[in-house]
Design a protein around this ligand. Sequence first.
Ligand code: DQA
Length: 154
Amino acid sequence: MNQNPKIWIINGPNLNLLGEREPGIYGSQTLADIEKSLQDQAQEYPEKPVLSFYQSNSEGRLVDWIQAARHEADFVLLNAGAYTHTSVALRDAIVGSQVQAIELHLSNVHAREDFRKTSYISAVCVGQIAGFGADSYHLALEAAIRLYRKNSNI
Ligand code: DQA
């Protein structure tokens, strides 16, 4: 694998409201702030990963992007928001497209309401990162790069 790794960052419902939405839980950074700092982080890696950002409140669009990722992306960093806890369709999309997905959440979903402890996608993702606020995105990017290196036998 000599090309720059392609990493898609896909965000689900209500994550467009980051910064104004329940800042005590989700922090004060907007999604644009997080995307900018992910781009800064990406530049630090010698592999120079190419990041693409997507956000939708619609489950079907998320499914479409996960399917598209099978041809276009090496990894998907997925914050599926509330669909994490409900969506068989997202799970099937990840399995069906055989994309390597990393599940991420700003909040520690395991320390919140019981319904957030269930994830329909965890079992079909490489792993889950949750509870580090905006840093969950940075840790997920780091995890993707490490996987990429492992797959490339570096
Ligand atoms: C979230 C956690 C979900 O339970 C919630 O529905 C969200 C955001 C997180 O990033 O902490 O929308 O995915």
